[in-house]
Design a protein around this ligand. Structure first.
Ligand SMILES: [Zn+2]
Ligand SMILES: [Zn+2]
Length: 192
C-alpha cells in the first residue's frame, strides 16, 4: 500500500448497502486516489458515526441507525423493518387491536378510537389469530379475544416504531381519553 504522502486526491462516497465501511486506493494516471466510503443508515439514510457501535440486521446485514423505525430488537438480536416483519408480522391495525387488549379494552373499540372500518378490523383480528398473537374463547355472541404471550411480544417490539405513526398516535390519545372517562365513571359510581 502506498504511503499517505503519495495520496494526491481523496474522495468520499456513500458506502454500499450491507458493507460496514471501506477505503480503496487506485492509481489513476500516476496519481494515487484514495476513496473513503462514508456510512449511512441503509434504511433512512442518516449518517452513522464510525466511532460508535453500528447496528446490523441479523438477517440481511444492513447497517442501521438506532431510530425506532429502523432498528427492531427481537430475542436479543437486531433486525431491519423488512426482516422483523418476516419474523414477527404486525400491521398498524393489528398493533392497535393488541394495544386495546393490553389496556383491557374490547378490540371492537378500535373501530371508534382508531377510525378503522368493520372489515379492516375483522381482517386484522384474523391476522392476529393466525399469527397466534391472540386466541378466541367462547362461541358466537359470547366470543372474547385473549392476548397471548407472543402477542405481547409483538406489541412490545413495534410499540416505539408505531407510536411515531400519525394515525397510531391519534388512536393512542383517543384510547387514553376513553380510559380516563371509564375510570372517572368507575370512581363516581363508587362514591354514590
Ligand atoms: Zn435509520
Ligand atoms: Zn434485514
Amino acid at each position: 500500500m502506498e504511503g499517505e504522502r503519495e495520496i494526491l486526491e481523496e474522495i468520499a462516497l456513500p458506502e454500499r448497502t450491507g458493507i460496514l465501511g471501506s477505503k480503496t486506493y487506485r492509481n489513476v494516471s500516476g496519481k494515487i486516489v484514495k476513496t473513503t466510503r462514508l456510512i449511512f443508515c441503509d434504511n433512512c439514510g442518516y449518517r452513522l458515526d464510525e466511532n460508535k457501535p453500528i447496528v446490523i440486521c441479523h438477517a440481511c446485514q444492513k447497517k442501521l441507525c438506532s431510530s425506532h423505525s429502523c432498528t427492531f430488537e427481537y430475542q436479543r438480536k437486531n433486525y431491519c423493518e423488512e426482516h422483523i416483519q418476516q419474523i414477527l408480522p404486525l400491521t398498524v391495525h393489528g398493533f392497535e387491536i393488541l394495544h386495546c387488549l393490553v389496556a383491557e379494552v374490547n378490540p371492537s373499540m378500535v373501530r371508534e378510537l382508531g377510525h378503522v372500518t368493520r372489515d379492516a378490523q375483522k381482517d386484522a383480528l384474523n391476522e392476529l389469530l393466525e399469527a397466534e398473537y391472540i386466541e378466541k374463547k367462547g362461541i358466537s355472541l359470547l366470543t372474547i379475544h385473549r392476548l397471548l404471550d407472543r402477542g405481547i411480544l409483538a406489541w412490545k417490539t413495534y410499540a416505539s416504531a408505531y407510536s411515531h405513526d400519525g394515525n397510531v398516535a391519534h388512536f393512542e390519545s383517543e384510547l387514553a381519553n376513553y380510559l380516563q372517562e371509564r375510570w372517572m365513571k368507575h370512581v363516581s359510581k363508587r362514591h354514590t
